[in-house]
Write a protein that binds this ligand. Structure first.
Ligand code: HEM
Length: 140
């Protein structure tokens, strides 16, 4: 369980590195005018999303479930775990939406401003604050 937990946290850190960096790339991509610059951003975004974010999300979820399922009787009465799982589901939705935005950039179909992406970039910070406080403090 401790080994699984250690790798769950390592994968979560890698996932968040991407969740913070990809929307930052969108900020710069949205302000880029020249085609060579846009193409370069698209390659960086695709490699980050497919090479880092997708695998680390999968490892985080698989290792999380590997701890959760055998101990479900223990966790099911804990309110903080239910709220954590809800926040994680929202985060997976954010991750999928990032993939959709990336594909729009690939076809030069972005209609959102760099200011939008600056705010969009803050969302995973809120989820991180919420989840870490829930799992460590366990307020309810
Ligand atoms: C479907 C996804 C996930 C599942 C099923 C899951 C499940 C679990 C379980 C069962 C534990 C062990 C709790 C204990 O110590 O009793 C754990 C620990 C932890 N999880 Fe997750 N988790 C998931 C996603 C995440 C995400 C996205 C984050 C970060 C935002 C996260 C952060 C942590 C941390 C920091 C711990 C260590 C808590 C501690 O023992 O101090 N987990 N997770």
């Amino acid at each position: 369980m401790l080994w699984i937990k250690a790798f769950h946290i390592i994968a979560m850190v890698c996932w968040f590195a991407g969740l913070f960096y990809l929307p930052r790339l969108f900020v710069y991509h949205a302000s880029t005018e020249d085609q060579a610059g846009k193409d370069r951003f698209h390659i960086m975004e695709r490699k980050l999303y497919r090479g880092i974010m997708n695998p680390s999300m999968m490892v985080t979820v698989i290792l999380g479930l590997a701890m959760l399922i055998p101990n479900w009787e223990f966790y099911k009465s804990m309110g903080w775990m239910h709220v954590k799982l809800t926040l994680v589901a929202i985060l997976i939705g954010y991750h999928i939406y990032c993939g959709k935005l990336m594909r729009r950039f690939a076809t030069d179909d972005n209609h959102k401003s760099h200011v939008f992406y600056r705010w969009f970039n803050e969302f995973p910070v809120l989820i991180l604050l919420g989840v870490v406080i829930l799992v460590v403090v366990r307020p309810f």
